[in-house]
Ligand binder design. Structure first.
Ligand code: SF4
Ligand code: SF3
Length: 553
């Protein structure tokens, strides 16, 4: 059985995974994910039309988010769970259809008879589902539409996948927005257009960026509403003696619930990967047993989880194929899944995680004292804005570099470590997402009391970085593109695509992108992006810095 997927950075331009996923996704899982996307489009065809008539159903809205999120890279590798997503999607599609037809009746209109994705019903065997998936594969669409239109469709879809992940995090904290759901439906519906145009799809790509901006804003409100604004906080990066649980992913609520359930149990809780920024939230750091941060970015997990002497909880991406040495003390929750790995359901009863931690040896002794500084969200940076503006006006700060994004396993990512080390001493580096593990334990010093490395937070805290840039632009009475600010980004999965589309929607130009350009962007589409937004691939740190600083001089 073959497959085709090119949605992440683990494939080179002009290629894709076609025998087995470099991420560990097998052809069956890939096919079920393709079909789940088709099912989601079918739901959206009805939900979009219903929304236009003022009708909505929250269960339908949530289904779309969950289905999109489940297909993000390194989230769900379990065919059985994907099959149940498919059945649930089929059910919600019937609900959406009834919603639309009732709304039509109320409005005295006759409903459209919809075909394509809207007409899909799940086959009753796995073989049948796989046969259905083949008809809606990327390859089938490439043949029908040609590579450029298919490329643009995938850009929109990946932006929506990333935004859906963030919207789901906001949802679990009780924040949802009807207009956001309506845009998801409208965009997915646009992807079912049998005769799309380049301009139309480019428009949808920017709308996906706008949508993601609103979603990140909602998530920021959800996180800060629940746990307060991040504040500059020193985080221990070495272990403490005792029993231990490691929490990875992006979901603040999961960490909160786990901290509550482990209170007084003599277990230290550590953050991993994108959970590091959690230490800066007052509502989370108040727990004394939130002991520190352990390990680096996701791609090192097979080595680091192996060495971790406790239980491990994955709340979102990026999970990798577990080693047998730790699979019994590894747990998933939310949309993440790996076949055979114990899953904690929506009741969020973490007792099995706690039991596994108590059964494991824990750390035999304290590690050496070592810590880093996190917590420079928009609120924290804004509170010292006067100082920062003064330092820029007085010439103490020459330029800001936003060096952020995902980490990954392919070679070539040393660029980012080299780059930040070569940034001149009178420049400040803002960072976010998991790519920072390549340099966040280095000492960058400070400028007039302002640390030279400011950790803004998780990938979704790109919202904070944007707020900081907008505030600086206001203070200097200029546009964001005229600021002494350069963006050097690293991407891996579809959340990074969503963020990139947000930056393009906001009109940000001259972004440098690496470590390689997306395989799903064809040369023609790339030319449009370069001509319109002056996106450039990274070259070498020396050359890029020379160009940036030369331009700036
Ligand atoms: Fe390959 Fe990335 Fe798709 Fe996995 S998600 S199958 S690594 S392109
Ligand atoms: Fe990292 Fe997966 Fe993207 Fe949230 S954890 S940034 S890669």
């Amino acid at each position: 059985m073959s497959m085709f997927c090119f949605q992440c950075e683990q494939v080179s331009q002009g290629t894709g995974c076609n025998v087995f996923g470099n991420c560990g996704k097998d052809p069956k899982t890939a096919a079920l994910q393709d079909l789940l996307i088709e099912a989601t489009k079918g739901i959206a065809m009805y939900a979009h039309r219903a929304a236009e008539l003022g009708a909505r159903d929250v269960a339908v809205d949530r289904e779309v988010l969950e289905a999109l999120f489940a297909t993000v890279t390194n989230v769900d590798f379990d065919p059985a769970r994907l099959q149940s997503h498919l059945l649930s999607a089929a059910e919600k599609k019937r609900t959406a259809r009834a919603l639309y037809e009732n709304a039509c009746r109320s409005a005295g209109r006759s409903p459209e008879s919809l075909g394509g994705a809207a007409a899909w019903e799940p086959a009753d065997s796995i073989e049948g589902l796989l046969a259905q998936a083949e008809k809606v594969s990327i390859t089938a669409r490439q043949q029908a539409l040609g590579p450029d239109l298919c490329s643009l469709q995938e850009i929109v879809l990946y932006g929506l996948k990333g935004a859906a992940a963030y919207a789901d995090h906001a949802r679990v904290l009780g924040r949802e927005d009807q207009s956001i759901y309506a845009t998801f439906h409208a965009a997915l519906n646009a992807l079912t257009d049998p005769a799309p145009t380049v301009d139309g799809l480019l428009g949808w790509a920017l709308k996906a960026g706008e949508l993601n901006f609103k979603v990140m804003e909602l998530l920021d409100a959800a996180n800060t509403g629940a746990y307060g604004h991040p504040e500059p906080t020193t985080v221990r990066v070495t272990p403490r003696k005792g029993k231990a649980i490691l929490v990875s992913g992006h979901d603040l609520r999961d960490l909160d619930l786990l901290l509550r359930q482990t209170e007084g149990k003599g277990i230290n809780v550590y953050t991993h990967g994108e959970m590091l920024p959690c230490h800066a939230y007052p509502g989370l750091k108040k727990h004394k047993h939130l002991a520190g941060n352990y390990g680096g970015a996701w791609q090192d997990q097979r080595k680091e989880f192996d060495a971790f002497p406790g239980a491990i909880l994955m709340t979102t991406n990026c999970i990798q194929k577990p080693k047998e040495t730790y699979s019994a003390r590894l747990f998933t929750t939310g949309l993440v899944a790996w076949p055979g790995v114990q899953h904690i359901g929506d009741d969020k009863d973490f007792s099995p995680v706690i039991e596994a931690a108590l059964a494991a040896p824990g750390f035999a002794e304290d590690g050496p004292e070592q810590s880093i500084l996190v917590g420079f969200g928009h609120n924290a940076v804004m509170s010292v804005a006067d100082k920062v503006i003064e330092a820029v006006k007085g010439g103490a700060i020459r330029r800001f570099f936003l060096v952020g994004g995902c980490d990954g396993a392919k070679p070539g990512r040393n660029y980012y470590t080299d780059f930040v080390q070569k940034v001149p001493q009178d420049c400040v580096i803002l960072t976010l997402a998991c790519g920072k593990y390549r340099f966040n334990k280095l000492d960058f010093g400070s400028i007039g009391g302002i640390p030279r490395l400011l950790d803004v937070g998780q990938c979704n805290d790109a919202y904070s970085a944007i707020q900081i840039a907008v505030a600086l632009a206001k203070a200097f009475n200029c546009g964001v593109n005229d600021l002494p600010l350069s963006m050097v980004l690293s991407w891996y999965e579809q959340k990074a695509v969503a963020i990139l589309l947000t930056l393009l929607y906001l009109g940000v130009k001259n972004i440098r992108l690496g470590p390689s350009l997306p395989a799903f962007i064809t040369p023609n589409v790339l030319k449009v992006l370069v001509d319109t937004f002056q996106i450039a691939p990274i070259t070498t740190p020396e050359q890029d810095l020379k160009q940036i600083l030369g331009q700036a001089a």
